[in-house]
Design a protein around this ligand. Structure first.
Ligand code: LLP
Length: 429
């Protein structure tokens, strides 16, 4: 459930009219709903209450310190993939002892930093990486907790760029090689402690079946690892999808009744708990998109309308530098006018940004309300992989971010200034 809805003809985030946000902070601006994130977090915690489950929020989805702080205050841990993400988590008051550190290419500096912070576990992706962590831990007089990411070779039925659990992908170690690898670690790497095992099959998965398949496939292996090496946890990764097409409507319970096929946190938990409970292990969950995705919109303004021979373009003040998902993954985001339009006031148009690339679109051939230049638009479900993937391409300063809590709004990132955009550059004498 999210907290975006029309009230008195204007789109609101909780009790705040998005027109007020634009007036105060300009556009483009990412606007987050605190209570959407918190209610989804509670729903997930409740759904997994029957087992020993812990949440590690995938920081890459949304890394603003205010959001991390919100989660950290509720005892949530974090799935990090760089030294930078670990630094952000600690800055926001997160506990490193609740952090798992994944990724295929950890550098020496990052490994040393994570070891010195006392993270919960390194999620390792190759024998070379395990040997490097063992070497560095030995040098630092430390023992590094490790788990290996298992590739279950299961098709997640999602976009090819965000499928991670097949043999075509760079991630993890083939399931058939895991037992031998754990024995090698135990025998040859005295500065490593085998603490768990991990999998992650992909992202934006909208049905329970791929998760069930992967868990069923790996459960016997996980059981063997527990018996042989006394591992204490199994992280089953993230990947639960959000509603992109129908986002606004999905704010109502009615929508869910008509979409029984769409994964929910409850159906995800109910499908997996019977398979996970008998293992008697701590289960880690690494949700990113599902906790922050539907919790924000990107507020933007329509600048111009351009009618071509074949197409109508609505040109907005946000570009692929602000949200790259449509360009990179053919991602679909609903686009709603902030001022409510009559149902019959619609047009088929491309919604495009100011960037000098044909790939700079947020929607193509989309039937949407016929917004006029000057009107505000909300690009829905922009809370995951939105701001966190943004850049200053075309020398466009980074957008602002605002957090709404009931009737209160708070700036959680100032819009970048031109000076800030170039402050790391050095002009030679
Ligand atoms: N755990 C691991 C090891 C991951 O690699 C990821 C995401 C997650 C958890 C969180 O997955 P989620 O619950 O958010 O699906 N930029 C892409 C998504 C990339 C996902 C990368 N890994 C997009 O905008 O669709």
């Amino acid at each position: 459930m999210h907290h975006f809805a029309y009230r008195n003809g204007s789109l609101h985030c909780e009790q705040i009219d998005l027109q007020e946000v634009a007036a105060a902070y300009g556009t483009p601006t990412f606007v987050y709903s605190k209570n959407t994130i918190l209610s989804d977090l509670e729903e997930l915690q409740l759904a997994f209450a029957p087992i020993d489950a812990h949440i590690a929020f995938a920081v890459k989805a949304c890394s603003n310190g205010a959001i991390l702080k919100l989660l950290a205050q509720r005892g949530v841990g974090f799935d990090i993939v760089s030294g930078g993400e670990l630094w952000r988590v600690i800055r926001a008051g997160g506990n490193p002892a609740l952090c798992t550190y994944a990724g295929v290419g950890k550098s020496e500096t990052e490994i040393r930093y994570a070891l010195s912070c006392g993270i919960y576990c390194f999620i390792c992706e190759s024998e070379g990486e395990l040997r490097e962590i063992d070497r560095l831990a030995a040098e630092m007089g430390n023992v590094a907790p490790v788990a290996v990411r298992v590739n279950p070779n299961v098709d997640a039925h999602t976009h090819k760029y965000i499928t991670t659990g097949t043999q075509e992908n760079k991630f993890g170690v083939d399931a058939s090689r895991i037992e031998a690898l754990y024995s090698t670690v135990a025998a040859e790497m005295p500065h490593l402690k085998l603490r768990g095992v991990q999998m992650h099959i992909g992202s934006q998965i909208t049905e329970t079946e791929p998760f069930v398949k992967a868990v069923k496939k790996l459960a016997p292996l996980v059981q063997k690892l527990k018996a042989a090496h006394g591992i204490e946890f199994w992280s089953i990764g993230g990947g639960v999808g959000v509603v992109y097409d129908g986002c606004l409507a999905s704010g109502s319970p009615e929508w869910w009744k008509n979409h029984p096929e769409q994964i929910t946190l409850k159906s995800y938990a109910e499908a997996l708990i019977p398979l996970l409970k008998p293992l008697g292990l701590r289960i880690l969950l690494e949700p990113g998109r599902r906790l922050s995705g539907n919790a924000a919109v990107m507020l933007t303004r329509c600048l111009y309308e351009k009618k071509g021979e074949k197409k109508t373009f609505k040109i907005i003040d946000a570009g692929m530098n602000d949200i790259i998902r449509p360009a990179l993954y053919e991602g679909y985001h609903e686009i709603w006018p902030v001022r409510e339009h009559a149902a019959n006031d619609s047009v088929v148009a491309d919604v495009v940004g100011p960037i000098c690339e044909s790939g700079d679109f947020q929607a193509q051939n989309r039937s949407l309300p016929d917004v006029r230049p000057g009107e505000l638009l909300a690009e829905m479900s922009a809370g995951a992989y939105g701001f966190s993937m943004s850049s200053t391409y075309n020398s466009r300063p980074l957008a602002a971010e605002v957090l709404v809590d009931g009737a209160r709004m708070q700036l959680i990132r100032r819009r970048q200034t031109l000076e800030e955009m170039v402050e790391d550059e050095i002009l030679p004498e």
